[in-house]
Design a protein around this ligand. Structure first.
Ligand SMILES: [Zn+2]
Ligand SMILES: [Zn+2]
Length: 485
């Protein structure tokens, strides 16, 4: 028996959680958060309660109600029946976006996880530097446990003592999960480490695209994946369709050209915004910096990620490159490099993971940028706009917004606020240039025509019915309903 059950990613962009069962093997393809469903009930300041373990999420169907997959500390705390053994052979992660991996937080630590080195590094960065308190993707921190301290008193277990590393397997080429042979094929998306999978089930090969595109820095790898998928003559292809209703042609090359032109015409400071872990976009702005003889100034979270990449020997740019600078913001007391205070007090303004960058050869402060504005491209997101008060962009400075258009009221309000800041600092009007991480209508059609799967299953799209234009055997999944292959 071979079957697929979709527990997310149905009629929505993201939230992929696809159970694949093949004879004795059970595995999940991604285990992400459904942003639309989560935002239906919760928001930034109204989050599921940790003390209720998985129950607040089960209440609204944010997590599937399955046995043998959830972390025991949460089950025990909520007096749910304890589960001795895991019921999954593994979880295959396509890439490190939250709509594909965030709910790993709730999984048992003994479930083997499979992903690329790039994806693992990004998840490590999310664990260590993310602002959400529920990121335990690389190691689980056991909750609701106590121990007896040296004084003989009961104490809460936390920090390093509570850490239990998850079981990661770095994927490359071909490997096995349970009885299944799986191929990992790298694809271009918008961040390092995205991969598609081909699963050789007893019913025949099943292809899972993850999120992918042809443009960007690994477009050739996407083309190789499509060729390989065609070669295996799959019984089913689970294909993402984020932009299946759009024919707009996007290109990362075009982003670079427009940005370069803008930078060349700017005499003062160039301020840019692009998503914090969008490593393809970082690469684009880094290249623009190289070509215009400026340095791209990144924040501490990005520096942390580049340091992990350097240790793993993957990705570009290198953190120690001449065209990279690491921005050290003022935090808490704001006394970094203030000689009225000892080095110890200065350090205490920063989290432990941030401290290693304070004396990095590429570290810069607002003062450094302010004094040499024509030498920098300063990445500054919504929360970092405050830095402009210290940097004081001079006349002739410009702003490039390189993120997607707002798609809800909240984002529109945020954009209005950004525009107020830009006007205040003489950075308005600004340039907007962005390219999506996904295929458009024509590209998806071409992929389906090339691969020719026996069945086509859309995922990660609000318009699954459009797939019927490409194939006469389209299976539209329903949440929690098994599809036999
Ligand atoms: Zn996605
Ligand atoms: Zn993605």
């Amino acid at each position: 028996m071979t079957a697929l059950t979709f527990h997310g990613g149905v009629n929505e962009i993201g939230g992929n959680k696809i159970l694949l069962e093949d004879q004795e093997t059970r595995l999940f393809l991604d285990f992400g958060m459904s942003f639309s469903l989560a935002n239906h009930y919760f928001d930034e300041f109204m989050q599921p309660r940790k003390c209720n373990g998985i129950l607040d999420l089960l209440e609204f169907g944010l997590l599937p109600n399955l046995e043998g997959i959830y972390r025991c500390d949460y089950l025990d705390h909520c007096r749910l029946p304890s589960e001795e053994t895991r019921s999954l052979d593994g979880l295959l992660l396509s890439h490190a976006h939250m709509d594909h991996n965030a709910y790993v937080h709730y999984l048992r630590d003994d479930i083997p996880l499979y992903c690329t080195q790039g994806a693992k590094d990004i998840m490590q960065a999310l664990d260590e530097t993310g602002s959400s308190g529920t990121c335990e993707l690389i190691s689980l921190k056991e909750s609701f446990k106590t121990y007896v301290n040296k004084k003989g008193e009961e104490s809460k277990l936390y920090g390093e003592k509570a850490k239990k590393p998850r079981q990661y397997n770095i994927v490359e080429n071909q490997f096995s999960v349970g009885e299944l042979v799986v191929e990992a094929l790298p694809v271009s998306h918008s961040l390092e480490g995205a991969t598609a999978y081909i699963l050789h089930t007893s019913a025949g090969p099943v292809v899972y695209t993850g999120d992918f595109r042809f443009h960007g820095y690994k477009g050739d790898e996407t083309r190789r994946f499509v060729e390989r998928a065609a070669e295996v003559e799959p019984v089913a292809m689970i294909c993402e369709g984020t932009r299946v209703n759009s024919t707009q042609v996007d290109s990362e090359e075009h982003v670079k050209e427009v940005a370069k032109e803008r930078v060349e015409k700017t005499n003062g400071l160039v301020v840019v915004n692009f998503p914090v872990r969008d490593t393809d976009r970082m690469q684009s702005f880094f290249q623009v910096a190289e070509q215009t003889d400026r340095a791209l100034v990144i924040n501490l979270k990005q520096a942390y990620l580049l340091e992990l990449f350097r240790e793993s020997g993957i990705g570009t740019p290198r953190i120690d490159d001449d065209h990279i600078r690491v921005y050290i913001p003022r935090k808490t007391w704001g006394v970094y490099k203030d000689d009225r205070f000892s080095e110890k007090i200065q350090l205490q303004d920063y989290d432990y993971w941030e401290r290693e960058f304070l004396d990095h050869a590429n570290a810069v402060t607002a003062k450094d940028i302010s004094e040499n504005q024509d030498q920098y491209i300063f990445r500054c997101d919504f929360f970092e706009l405050k830095e402009l008060i210290d940097v004081k962009p001079e006349a002739g400075s410009s702003y490039i917004r390189s993120v997607c258009e707002p798609f809800d009221v909240e984002m529109e309000l945020d954009l209005k606020k950004v525009e107020n800041w830009l006007s205040h600092f003489g950075l308005y009007p600004y340039t907007h240039i962005h390219a999506s991480g996904h295929l458009n209508y024509d590209e998806i059609r071409d992929v389906v025509e090339t691969v020719q799967p026996k069945a086509l299953i859309p995922v990660h799209t609000q318009h699954p019915e459009v797939f019927k234009n490409f194939h006469d055997n389209v299976i539209l999944p329903t949440i929690g309903v098994e599809i036999a292959l």
